[in-house]
Design a protein around this ligand. Structure first.
Ligand SMILES: CC(C)(COP(=O)(O)OP(=O)(O)OC[C@H]1O[C@@H](n2cnc3c(N)ncnc32)[C@H](O)[C@@H]1OP(=O)(O)O)[C@@H](O)C(=O)NCCC(=O)NCCS
Length: 206
């Protein structure tokens, strides 16, 4: 399976890309670029989130829980996109013929962080929250999610936020554990009124 071999600081996939919001870092690796999401990514993000969650959560949640949760979980969050700290990994250049023909399919993964806690919107000094990570099913296991997560951890730390919290899906706990998160316990997340989603509260310090 192909993995990412190197990352450099670059200017994104090409001149047709929208300008980087708030001057944030853009990273490139082989045929992949990690850059902040923009409102133009909304449709592609909806598709990516829907494909990822519907496929990869199926073995870990019962059908009824999943059917109620998928709609709210699979919508790109406009406030996250506007945060400047929510990222997409996309295929660059001519990596695939299909991606050139279908621009929305270029996104292979997404994820970010905010100072504000999801749900409450409150922020505490030194703390940050990992938000809405997903990798397209045909791209899992290639290290893209880990690289996105490392970028978030490093960026938050550079801004003095070294305690990271994550509401992990039941399936993603080993992924976060590999990057230094520990399990604090089960957590019921209210996605929308009446839609409760079992998750795992995880934390990483330092
Ligand atoms: C959790 C998730 C984001 C991880 O994304 P990913 O891009 O697959 O992450 P990585 O590739 O970095 O690591 C995942 C696995 O690939 C392995 N891996 C990492 N780099 C690799 C490489 N170069 N080659 C092969 N395997 C690799 C990791 O060891 C890990 O192994 P595992 O299968 O035992 O878990 C992804 O599985 C996903 O989208 N899940 C569904 C949505 C979800 O639950 N999101 C979390 C919300 S809290």
């Amino acid at each position: 399976m192909r993995g990412i071999t190197a990352f450099v600081i670059g200017n994104g996939c090409g001149s047709a890309r929208p300008p980087t919001p708030r001057g944030s870092l853009v990273m490139s690796a082989d045929a992949l670029t990690i850059r902040p999401a923009t409102p133009a990514d909304s449709t592609g993000l909806d598709e990516l989130l829907a494909a990822s969650y519907a496929t990869l959560l199926a073995g870990h949640y019962d059908a009824e829980t999943l059917s109620r949760a998928l709609a709210p979980m699979s919508r790109a969050n406009p406030r996250l996109i506007d945060s400047g700290t929510y990222y997409v990994a996309e295929i660059c250049g001519t990596a695939t013929e299909a991606s050139a023909a279908q621009p929305a399919a270029r996104l292979v993964a997404c994820g970010g962080w905010t100072a504000e806690q999801p749900g409450t919107g409150t922020a505490a000094p030194g703390e940050a929250h990992i938000r809405h990570f997903a990798t397209r099913p045909d791209w899992i296991g290639r290290g893209v999610g880990t690289r996105l997560l490392a970028h978030c951890i490093n960026e938050a730390a550079a801004l003095g936020r070294t305690t990271l919290t994550c509401f992990s899906t039941l399936n993603a706990a080993p992924f976060y554990r590999r990057s230094g998160f520990v399990t604090l316990g089960p957590l019921d997340v209210t996605l929308t009124p009446g839609v409760i989603f079992p998750a795992i509260l995880m934390r990483r310090t330092g």
